[in-house]
Design a protein around this ligand. Structure first.
Ligand code: PLP
Length: 377
């Protein structure tokens, strides 16, 4: 939702061109909601969702930890005031020299999902803590993370066993149930797998201490989503079911759920046209598209709420597309988007729920369009 602060900012500053406006009050509320819903879990904000320095500074000041994907993200979190012990290098795919640099910066917590990666960490970050990511099916997620990350639980056992033998601290198991996950039982399935790894290694005397339950917490787009409290309850029940009275240390890594609803993109209608006189589907071209920050419209996965000054007028389906000369720059066509028939070239539209995974996807001057500007208020 566009908050009053965002609407006031747009009305007074009248920025030209597409831009994202993020309301820090909403981020603050989201952080508190996660802490309240999962009081036993440490929050590691997934920097990739939106690395704006103002957001990182706010969260660092509130005591958040940070999940990072690269040395650049580690440095951004540190610049924002996060000490190294509150940062994890959560990418399972790292260059050895980046691991070494992270180690130099003081990072001691690394994600792995293969023996090959463990060997790199053992060489470049000796003695560090590692957690092994297990695969999930991503069912129920609108933006599943597929098979790219993680390994099956039996292999995670090997990976952690090798970690130990190479002098690392075999610390725990991680998973990510897929982004924009609205199935509360997804964590139960993943925690069952995590428990298998704990149990198997315990038989060998390797006692793991942590489960990293990843991100996946949704933000509201067109449909209501369960509140953080519902996730907290479902996760607590799943942890109790699988770990009984021995619930290990837990981490969550919210990205979308932390900043998604804090941001709104202001955009403008550049053209409304048809492909034939008797077509009843209009093509609406905005000054932002897949390459300007709305990459998650790929395969029409994420459907953003779009607000216009003409809401309330009669609507009809539109194909919604971006402004670049790339034919892939079409956002909604398979399922056309209902927009007011009265919509006109030059109208401003607000694209809500765009605080996460937008600015960072915006490419540098593709087709000469500026990367998405961002204001954090
Ligand atoms: N943790 C890791 C390792 C991730 O790769 C991601 C997203 O890709 C996140 C957390 C954040 O996920 P989400 O935005 O669904 O909360």
């Amino acid at each position: 939702m566009a908050t009053q602060r965002i609407l006031d900012f747009l009305a007074t500053r009248r920025p030209s061109g597409p831009c994202l406006v993020v309301d820090l009050d909403v981020v603050r509320d989201n952080f508190r909601a996660f802490e309240k819903a999962m009081p036993e879990s440490k929050v590691y904000y997934a920097v990739k969702a939106n690395p704006a320095p103002e957001i990182l500074r706010l969260l660092a000041g509130m005591g958040s930890s940070f999940d990072t994907a690269s040395v650049a993200e580690i440095e951004m979190a540190m610049d924002a005031g996060a000490p190294a012990e509150r940062i994890s290098f959560g990418n399972t795919i790292k260059k050895e020299r980046d691991i070494a640099r992270a180690f130099e910066l003081g990072i001691r917590l690394f994600a792995v999902d293969s023996v090959e990666e463990v060997e790199k960490v053992a060489r470049a970050a000796p003695g560090s803590r590692v957690f092994c990511r297990v695969l999930t099916d991503g069912e129920g997620a609108e933006w599943p993370l597929s098979r790219k990350f993680g390994c099956v639980p039996a292999m995670a056992v090997d990976v952690l066993r090798v970690s130990k033998s190479l002098g690392l601290d075999a610390y725990g198991v991680s998973f990510h149930v897929g982004s924009q996950q609205t199935d509360l039982t997804a964590w139960d399935r993943a925690l069952a797998d995590a428990k298998k790894v704990f149990a198997k290694l315990a038989e060998e005397g390797i006692m793991l201490g942590m489960v990293n339950m990843g991100g996946g917490f949704p933000t509201r787009y067109l449909r209501d989503v369960p509140a953080a409290q519902a996730y907290g309850q479902a996760i607590f029940e799943a942890l109790s079911k699988h770990f009984g009275n021995n619930i290990p240390e837990t981490i969550i890594e919210p990205g979308r759920g932390m900043v998604g609803n804090a941001g709104v993109i202001k955009s403008e209608v550049v053209l409304i046209s048809k492909k034939a006189d008797n077509d009843n589907v209009r093509w609406v071209f905005l000054d932002i598209g897949k390459f300007g920050g709305l990459a998650e419209t790929m395969d029409e996965a994420i459907r953003y709420p779009i607000v216009t000054d003409r809401d309330g007028d009669e609507v009809a389906p539109c194909v919604l597309a971006g402004p670049t000369c790339d034919s892939a720059d079409v956002m909604y066509e398979k399922t056309p988007y209902p927009l007011p028939l009265s919509l006109t070239i030059g109208d401003e539209v607000l694209i809500e729920g765009t605080g996460a995974y937008t600015t960072t996807y915006s490419s540098v001057a593709f087709n000469g369009f500026e990367p998405l500007r961002s204001y954090v208020i």
